[in-house]
Design a protein. Sequence first.
Length: 329
Amino acid sequence: MHLAAAPALALALWLATVGAAPAVTPAASEPAAAVPAAVAPAEVPVVCPPTIEASAPLAPPADRGLLWRLTRDGRRSYLYGTLHVGKPAWRRFGPRIAAAWRDTDVLALELDPTDPAVLAALNLSPPAPPLPDVLRARLARAVRRACLSAAALSALHPVLQATTLTVLDARWLGLDPSYSMEALLAEHAQRAHRRIVSLESAELQMAVIVPADAHDALALVDQALTQLEDHTGRRVLVRLVAAWERGDLATLEHYEEWCECAASDDDRAFLHRLNDERNPQLADRIDALARSGRRVFAAVGVLHMTGPQALPALLAARGFRVERVKLAR
């Protein structure tokens, strides 16, 4: 498979799901990784992304995202379509999300970001292919533009470095994975001593995100860096955030038409593996939790709610009555 224009933004948003983008401290004054002189450009001043203030005033409580009620055997569970980045101002649930939270007793996420075993598995990067000099130079410049030290991402596979940089580029839009709905829900669950479960394994997700073929991996790094350099990722993320915030499922259903990430059959096949092919297992795990007697609040990336393998449809096929909940915005 040739990933000439693979969906790096989709990968970046996956990475943000579990906080896999490492906590980093801006360090623009530190030297970037060594770049061969033949490809090193003239140094230009670095303008760091604006600081996202954790103490920013809270927005009025409002429901964001998409919510479905799942009813079976006299018990209710909920399926919540999330965005994997957010803003500090979004830290308060709206009334419908808050009511669904109170109506459940276990939080189910794609991966549990509070589980040390999950985080340890995510830190086991697969062997990395050698980077050509030009690609290594571009990656080093992207690290510098993100105001990171040269060592901040060096332990990660190049695909994970590039997609982490894509996640961090959302800071230019006032967005950060630290304030995603998953992070907010996990905080609420920990305060309430509520059980958090993973719907998938870190090993499965890592196998999806990092191509085993070296050529495909290098193509994905190249595409991610191109999106950073020409700001494609920001443009697509603005539209994605707007559609998610207003619960616009119709726009999300047509994601491939405007994501600038599905130009070929290979791209579409990659998106299918990243989203659709994972959905049956996600549905099976939610189904199993509900059959065990748990009232589940399942929070999963919103693109899993789209397409022929959409999670709401798969859960309906497993015997749930599935109803879209109108949110108060």
